[in-house]
Design a protein around this ligand. Structure first.
Ligand code: M6R
Length: 621
């Protein structure tokens, strides 16, 4: 959702603040937005110059080209994903106060905005937009008049606001300062030389610096060209937590691919390999250094609850099969937004595993807090360093997928699954559920998976062809059993979000309990067939399901492993994947479905990286 960039510096050329902020907004486009704006502070100008336009960033660029401004020393920029007030030029950020001397941008929702707006209106303040943000701008204006200090003014305002917010502000009288506040919404600091940066995430400034500072909950940061100061909402100084980003600008670029998603699908072997890297010691035992939870606590766990949303939740479903099988611990998988509001049974012996690519999904964050309030320990499986969920969790297992820019999750998904395998095998090692050689054998199989994913990618020609032929399809079903079930759900989600096609995933066994009524001649149905080398019964049940739908005229598109000759007779099309252990097979089976969805959307001429209505990081509940 909304993207935020801040810059202050005295570095040549004089167009740098504008250039840096526009470039940063471009890199944050992936978060999803409907309008964009910028505020520039020029020493001596007496007011902050603001440009804002609804629609894509190009509209803002054109506006700025028509009204050029130079010699600014500070700038803030924003991409807006509408919550309060429709997408329009007027509702776009920045919002101004004090007759244009002060400008504010905001990510989040101010829940008490109506009360505050009524109070301000009663004092004679005239609002020009429908947004909650404008309330924060006028409050900040009032506090600035009272204190003459932007940082202190921000602190007072932050204490009055309810809801979620990252706020950035600039004032015409302080042309070398940008102030930010962070409460339940992301904000990171980039450290430069004679210049400093703020961003919703590090991609906002990654082409300028990889040195960053994490900001904690309820903190206020003040940046000038040569200083960064952080205090908490109580006004106390805060210790700075500096880190170096382990990827560079090239990792967040398309690198010649037709879309970020196509690149990220191809990045998957590396994402899995990197997530496995450094997690085994010289004796072949798993070491999960990041797990700061006492081993005695982990040994005593009697239940695991995975909380996550969307694709991350499907990674959790895959984890359930593996962890229950390896560790004999019951695993529940809950959509984070359902978990929090249903009074779940959580005790001190419950381990909650929160899975999130962004580490900022508000529903998942709220579930983490709820679990901790009930006394549970929380392990976060997260891709984005410095994000909120790993900061608040008791321990973190980072996935190393690199930046995922396309809204539809692909490489994060396979690396999340990989991390849950590591977690499951680690528990099995710790609790003695598996023999050492069994664990090492499974780890060896896991290390083979990047190469096998690469093979699936190399065989993708046919699935691409079929996706292009099927561009006018209006409905597709996906069926799977066991670990194939969450992959069926994920295949359907990918198709819905990218190609806007009605798609449903079902457990194949559920077919006869209702969904079979949907089958009509010509309906395309993807079926994920389990390995015949696994539980043979499972395999033959799925073959029966294929026959049932084929008998009713469905067009069967089957994903099966090499050598499974039994499927060929019943499939209109088979997409072969290399042989792998049943529990690891999701890492392979999902790949043709990702490619199918991306290529079909491409054939329809849709924006694969930024599908309509979606935001990459859902930072409001
Ligand atoms: O950042 P997160 O992993 O917490 O995001 C969770 C979901 O919003 C995300 O997986 C979403 O479902 C994707 N659009 C799926 O492609």
């Amino acid at each position: 959702m909304c993207g935020i960039v801040g810059y202050v510096g005295s570095v040549v050329p004089s167009s740098r603040p504008q250039d840096v902020v526009l470039e940063g907004l471009g890199r944050l486009e992936y978060r999803g937005y409907d309008s964009a704006g910028i505020a520039l502070v020029r020493p001596g100008a007496g007011h902050v110059e603001v440009a804002k336009k609804s629609g894509k960033l190009i509209n803002l660029r054109e506006e700025l080209a028509a009204h050029p401004s130079a010699d600014a020393t500070a700038a803030i920029g924003h991409t807006r994903w509408a919550t309060h007030g429709r997408p329009s030029d007027v509702n776009a950020h920045p919002h101004q106060a004090l007759d244009g001397k002060l400008a504010v941008i905001h990510n989040g929702i101010i829940e008490n905005f109506f009360k505050l707006r009524t109070e301000l209106a009663a004092q004679g303040i005239v609002f020009t937009s429908e947004t909650d943000t404008e309330v924060a701008a006028h409050l900040l204006g009032q506090e600035f008049l009272a204190t003459g200090d932007l940082t202190q003014a921000m602190r007072s305002v932050a204490q009055r606001l309810e809801g979620t917010f990252t706020l950035l502000a600039v004032h015409a009288d302080q042309p070398d300062t940008v102030v930010g506040a962070r409460h339940d919404s992301p904000l990171v600091v980039g450290l430069g030389n004679g210049e400093n940066f703020l961003g919703s995430d590090v991609s906002a400034f990654i082409s300028h610096t990889r040195e960053a500072l994490e900001l904690g909950q309820d903190e206020i940061v003040t940046i000038t060209p040569n200083s960064v100061e952080v205090i908490n909402f109580a006004g106390e100084p805060v210790e700075l937590n500096r880190y170096t980003v382990d990827w560079d600008a090239a990792a967040a670029e398309k690198g010649g691919y037709w879309s970020f998603m196509a690149k990220e699908i191809d990045d998957q072997p590396q994402a899995v390999a990197d997530t496995l890297l450094g997690r085994v010691d010289e004796n072949g035992d798993l070491i999960l250094d990041d797990l700061r939870i006492d081993e005695s606590v982990l040994r005593a766990i009697d239940k695991i609850i995975v909380v996550a949303c969307g694709t991350a939740a499907y990674a959790g479903h895959v984890a359930k099969y593996a962890i229950e099988h390896w560790c004999r611990i019951p695993v529940e998988v809950e959509l984070a937004h359902e978990f929090r509001y249903r009074d779940p049974i959580v005790t001190t012996r419950t381990l909650v595993v929160a899975i999130s690519q962004s580490g900022e999904t508000m529903d998942t964050l709220m579930a983490v807090r709820h679990a901790q309030e009930q006394g549970a320990k929380v392990i976060a499986i997260v891709n984005t360093h410095g994000s909120t969920i790993p900061r608040e969790a008791d321990a973190v297992l980072y996935t190393h997928a690199g930046p995922e820019i396309a809204v539809a999750s692909t490489k994060a998904f396979v690396s999340q699954i990989t991390a849950t395998y590591l977690l499951g095998l680690y528990f099995a090692q710790l609790r003695g559920n598996m023999f050492r050689d069994e664990i090492q054998k499974m780890l060896a199989e896991l290390r083979e998976m990047p190469g096998k994913i690469r093979e699936v990618l190399e065989r993708a020609g046919r699935v691409k062809e079929i996706a292009h032929w099927m561009a006018d399809t209006s409905s597709v079903l996906f069926l799977g059993r066991h670990t194939g079930f969450p992959i069926a759900l994920e295949g359907a989600l990918k198709l819905k979000e990218l190609a806007y096609i009605h798609a449903e995933g079902f457990a194949a066994g559920e077919l006869k309990h209702g969904p079979i009524a949907l089958i009509e001649p010509g309906l395309p149905v993807f079926v994920i067939v389990p390995s015949p080398r696994g539980r043979g019964l499972l395999h033959s049940k799925v073959i029966s399901n294929i026959q049932e739908i084929r008998a009713r005229g469905a067009r069967t598109l089957v994903i099966a492993e090499d050598g499974d000759t039994a499927v060929e007779a019943f499939a209109d099309e088979v997409f072969w994947v290399p042989q792998a252990p049943t529990l690891l097979s999701p890492l392979l089976n999902v790949v043709p479905l990702q490619i199918f969805a991306a290529e079909l959307a491409r054939a329809k001429g849709l924006d694969v990286d930024q599908p309509r209505n979606l935001a990459k990081s859902v930072t409001v509940e």
